[in-house]
Design a protein. Structure first.
Length: 297
């Protein structure tokens, strides 16, 4: 019986998804397919590549620290915004910086192309021009698209695929790939559960970070934007979450999407959420269905 896991987007909140894999590892449950949107695609890519969890956490914290020191996500003055960063298309942060940092880490781990991963992987992005979903897949011979409108791409560097899915509108610049202008996959599919159907999994795990963060009395540009998109993503996730066999939600009320520097805090929140779900949270995944028992006999 094939099992898949879908990791929702959420910026720095996605660090909280790591403890989910630690619990799966403790329970001896292996994934047959992984999908991840936006920052969830970073976690998904590392896990699919077979990188051990301690190394993943170390690399994520290293990347976070570099962004924090370089103040990568500090919003320029609204007066300068239209002219900042050489007028990047779609955002004030150059997405090439993220791609370069990811490629640097992937090179150290011997990963280059999306086909280098060990576990079948699917990462969504959106062509901002046509509005169509672009799905990067590692094993095209196994992936059967459940939606004829999706654009399926398998010939792509892994770092570029992840960068495209992480290109948060207005913040991180769009990616020019072939004839597409790609942005955050979370715009259409923040919880990429349907992508697991392409790999024909029987059981699906959904990991989300839904919460109601406290808003500041003064509505600033960035927190207003992220809150609006948070609301949109939560409502979209509800459309798909009913199709999951197991749902792990990690509420992070005190963390915003671009709260760089709170990575460790979010990982700890993930650990608490797993503990709150109980030791047998994944038990049903390994139970055989009645017809499987008959076939075995």
């Amino acid at each position: 019986m094939k099992i898949g896991i879908a990791l929702s987007g959420g910026g720095i909140k996605s660090f909280s998804q790591l403890p989910v894999f630690r619990k799966l590892e403790e329970d001896g449950i292996k994934m047959d397919a992984i999908s991840g949107a936006s920052m969830g695609s970073v976690i998904a890519a590392f896990v699919a590549a077979g990188v051990d969890l301690d190394t993943i956490q170390e690399r994520l914290i290293e990347i976070e620290e570099r962004f924090f020191k370089e103040k990568t996500f500090i919003l320029p003055s609204h007066k300068l915004l239209p002219f900042s960063k050489n007028r990047l298309e779609g955002g004030y942060v150059d997405g090439a910086l993220l791609e370069a940092k990811l490629q640097e880490v992937f090179d150290e781990l011997g990963i280059s192309h999306i086909s280098d991963v060990k576990i079948p992987l699917a990462i969504p992005s959106v062509d901002i021009v046509s509005g169509r979903l672009v799905v990067f897949v590692s094993h095209p011979e196994l992936f059967k698209s459940p939606n004829p409108d999706w654009i399926i791409v398998s010939d792509v560097p892994l770092a570029l695929a992840v960068r495209a899915s992480c290109s948060f509108p207005i913040v991180i610049s769009a990616v020019h790939f072939e004839n597409y202008k790609l942005v955050d996959g979370g715009i259409i599919l923040n919880l990429p559960l349907p992508l697991l159907d392409g790999y024909k999994v029987a059981k699906k795990i959904a990991v989300t970070m839904h919460s109601v963060p406290k808003m500041e009395e003064q509505l600033r540009f960035t927190n207003t934007l992220t809150r609006v998109l948070d609301i949109q993503r939560v409502e979209m996730d509800k459309l798909w979450i009913k199709d999951a066999d197991v749902v792990i939600n990690i509420p992070l009320d005190a963390v915003q999407i671009f709260d760089i520097g709170k990575g460790i805090l979010t990982i700890q929140a993930g650990e608490r959420a797993l503990a709150a779900n109980g030791e047998d949270v994944f038990t049903d995944l390994t139970k055989k269905r009645w017809f499987e028992k008959i076939l075995k006999k």
